[in-house]
Design a protein around this ligand. Structure first.
Ligand SMILES: NC(=O)c1ccc[n+]([C@@H]2O[C@H](COP(=O)([O-])OP(=O)(O)OC[C@H]3O[C@@H](n4cnc5c(N)ncnc54)[C@H](O)[C@@H]3O)[C@@H](O)[C@H]2O)c1
Length: 368
């Protein structure tokens, strides 16, 4: 493998641009070519990396001999078909954006891909690499004495506008608890270290996008809800999502509790959305609250300003690429596997089913 790893990018909109800005910060990687059907997005991508080649279609990108890996950052409903197309044309190592898939009927196709794809696939659920979340992950077992309860609260802004408005409809996103919350279900499995057994949920569309129409159709995406998850080791987790709460100081609040104590990570949203008249955006916090002796300790977990500038995800996109490059170089395997991507979506789909039926949904992730 050459010293410089050459990426090919498939779909280069908002998140594709964030990936490009972060790849540009890595000394040993570059974007060689992209396939982006939207001319405006292709032009702005070229502003980030002027020497990239804009390919007219997916096949001409896949036929390029200079690529070492691929990044898929197209709309959610395109991910699985593009993974299959790549498998048939040029099975390179892939970093595929979340969610891995959008429809429960796609399980057989996933199974086939899981069994046959000859190169590594990493699913871009990067929240575990946000410095405050990484600090919580590092300390959780010690502080809690074993996590019994985990609560993840996301209070944020409504879904942003996307190219072609694909994120306004469940059939394209997989649904809010798949599209937005797969990150959190991934964190639940990681923090608790066990598999989910049952999901119970309640949610709805209370505030967002109700006054919008697209070709006469009003968006059907949910904007809030609660999800309870029971795990095989007896631990429990809860997700609280509100997509009309951008006034919050912290966007994500994660708290893990056990018999020895509690640990919390307070994570701000994108700095670009913090009003200048309020001064500097909040800095992430880690709060450790032992039961005995009592004495909560809070400390700031600042993120490198260059990484904050490069994206909306507290620097995690950069750290994810650093690790992915090791996979491309063959020195390690994906930390966020295809099976992890599958499990996170399965939990989101179960939550949405529970919201529809009002009933608990058993989960049996035996293939994970
Ligand atoms: N990991 C994260 O934290 C994170 C954050 C935001 C978005 N995402 C994911 O990134 C992906 C892209 O989201 P976005 O916010 O950049 O949306 P976007 O609409 O800004 O970008 C999607 C791009 O894909 C292009 N596109 C459409 N159809 C395509 C096709 N068939 N082949 C190739 N490109 C195609 C569009 O022209 C557009 O430029 C989604 O899967 C989304 O869930 C992940």
């Amino acid at each position: 493998m050459a010293d410089i790893v050459n990426y090919g990018i498939i779909g280069c909109g908002m998140m594709g641009h964030e990936h490009m800005r972060n790849i540009a910060l890595l000394p040993d990687a570059r974007v060689a070519a992209i396939f982006e059907p939207d001319a405006v997005m292709a032009d702005t991508a070229k502003c980030i990396a002027p020497d990239i080649v804009i390919c007219p279609d997916l096949d001409s990108l896949l036929q390029r001999p200079d690529l070492d890996c691929l990044l898929i950052a197209s709309p959610n409903f395109r991910h699985l078909e593009q993974l299959e197309h790549i498998a048939a044309q040029n099975p390179l190592p892939i970093l595929v954006e979340k969610p891995l898939f959008t429809d429960p009927d796609q399980a057989d196709r996933l199974q086939a891909l899981h069994a046959t794809y000859p190169a590594p696939i990493w699913v871009a659920m990067e929240y575990r690499y946000m410095p405050p979340i990484a600090a919580l992950l590092d300390k959780a077992a010690e502080v809690t004495g074993g996590v019994q309860m985990l609560t993840i609260r996301e209070h944020r802004f409504p879904f942003l506008e996307k190219i072609g408005d694909w994120n306004r409809f469940n059939r394209y996103t997989g649904g809010t608890f798949v599209e937005k919350c797969c990150h959190f279900f991934d964190l639940m499995r990681l923090v608790i270290g066990a598999e989910p057994m049952r999901v119970m949920a309640s949610g709805g569309q209370a505030a967002n996008h109700l006054d919008e129409t697209y070709q006469g159709e009003v968006p059907d995406i949910l904007d809030h809800g609660y999800v309870l998850v029971d795990f095989a080791n007896g631990a429990r987790a809860m997700l609280e999502l509100c997509m009309f709460a951008e006034g919050a100081r912290y966007q994500e609040e994660v708290s893990a509790l056990g018999q020895l104590g509690k640990i919390e990570a307070l994570v701000p949203g994108p700095g670009r959305f913090w009003p200048a008249d309020l001064g500097d955006p909040p800095v992430a916090q880690l709060v450790i609250s032992p039961r005995d002796p009592k004495g909560p300790q809070s400390r700031s977990i600042p993120v490198d300003p260059d990484l904050l500038e490069a994206g909306d995800h507290n620097g995690s996109t950069f750290y994810q690429h650093q690790k992915f490059l090791d996979v491309v170089r063959g020195t390690t395997t994906p930390e966020v596997s295809l099976a992890d991507g599958w499990a996170a979506v399965a939990m989101g789909l179960a939550a949405q089913e529970s919201m529809r039926t009002g009933l608990p949904v058993p989960l049996d992730l035996k293939w994970v």
